[in-house]
Design a protein around this ligand. Structure first.
Ligand SMILES: O=C(O)CCC(=O)C(=O)O
Length: 250
C-alpha cells in the first residue's frame, strides 16, 4: 500500500483504513449542499429517464447491466457543479492518495438509489480479482444523501476483507446470503465513508417506504484506465468551470 500521509486524516483514521479497509470521513455535506445535490438529481433523473446510467461501465469496461430495484446516474462530473465536492474534497483525496498514491485519479462519479423493496446486491468487490500486487489499484467512497439505517438498504461490508486472497464469487457458496462478519454502514445524510474497493461489500434490501440515495466517488491508480473516460466525456462547460487542480484529477 502506498503510504501518503496527510494531515487531513488522523493517524488512527489512516490505520483503520489500512487494517479494516474503510474509514468514516465524517459529515462532509451540509444541509444546503445536500439539498442542492438532491434537487439536481431529481432533474437529471427526469431528463434522462431510460437513458439514466448508460455511461456506466464495469471494471472490464463492459456496459453495466441495468440493476432492478435501483436507479443510477453516471458521469456526474459533467452534470452539475453541485457534485464537484464529491471528487475534490481534501479529506476524500487524503484517503484516496493514502491507498492509491499521490497521482491517483477519478475513475467514475455515479449515483445509486435503492428503491423500496429493492437494492439488494451480492457481496462483491469493485474489481474483477482480489489484490494480487503489493499495491491497490482502486478505492471507493459512498456519499450518503439520505440517512442510512438498518432498514433502508444501507451498504454492508466485511471488515478486513480487502486483504483476502479471493473475491466473494470464488470463496462463498452464496454471495447473496448474510455473512457472519458483515457490518452495516449507517449514519446521517451528508456523511461519507471511504473504503478500499477490494473490500467485500454490497447494497442490502431497502425495507423502508422511501428511496435510499447515495453517490459513489470511485478512484483508480494513475496508470489505470478509468471506468468513465473523464477526458473524453469532459464538456467545455465543465472544463471552464473546474480549477486546474480538479481537472488534474480527471
Ligand atoms: O449503494 C450501495 O449501497 C452499494 C453499491 C455497490 O456496491 C455497487 O453498486 O457496486
Amino acid at each position: 500500500m502506498a503510504m501518503q500521509n496527510s494531515s487531513e486524516l488522523e493517524k488512527n483514521e489512516l490505520e483503520q483504513l489500512e487494517t479494516l479497509g474503510y474509514v468514516a470521513l465524517g459529515q462532509l455535506l451540509d444541509a444546503e449542499a445536500l439539498d442542492c445535490i438532491r434537487r439536481r438529481i431529481e432533474i437529471l433523473l427526469a431528463a434522462e429517464q431510460n437513458h439514466a446510467g448508460v455511461e456506466l461501465l464495469d471494471s472490464r469496461n463492459i456496459r453495466h447491466a441495468k440493476e432492478e430495484g435501483a436507479d443510477r446516474l453516471a458521469d456526474l462530473v459533467n452534470k452539475g457543479a453541485e457534485f464537484e465536492t464529491c471528487f475534490t474534497h481534501s479529506k476524500l483525496l487524503a484517503g484516496m492518495r493514502h491507498v492509491l498514491g499521490t497521482n491517483c485519479k477519478l475513475s467514475s462519479l455515479n449515483y445509486r438509489s435503492a428503491r423500496p423493496d429493492g437494492g439488494e446486491q451480492k457481496l462483491h468487490v469493485d474489481w474483477h480479482e482480489a489484490i494480487t500486487a503489493p499495491e491497490f489499484i482502486v478505492c471507493n467512497s459512498i456519499w450518503l444523501l439520505d440517512d442510512f439505517t438498518e432498514e433502508n438498504g444501507a451498504t454492508r461490508l466485511i471488515p478486513r476483507s480487502h486483504l483476502y486472497p479471493k473475491i466473494p464469487d470464488q470463496e462463498l457458496e452464496d454471495p447473496w446470503a448474510k455473512h457472519p462478519h458483515e457490518e452495516l454502514v449507517t449514519g446521517e445524510a451528508g456523511n461519507v465513508f471511504l473504503f478500499n474497493a477490494y473490500l467485500w461489500h454490497g447494497g442490502t434490501r431497502n425495507r423502508s417506504a422511501r428511496q435510499r440515495r447515495a453517490i459513489h466517488s470511485y478512484f483508480c491508480r494513475h496508470d489505470q484506465p478509468q471506468q468513465t473516460n473523464q477526458l473524453k466525456l469532459l464538456t467545455e462547460e465543465t472544463r471552464q468551470r473546474l480549477p486546474a487542480d480538479s481537472l488534474k484529477l480527471l
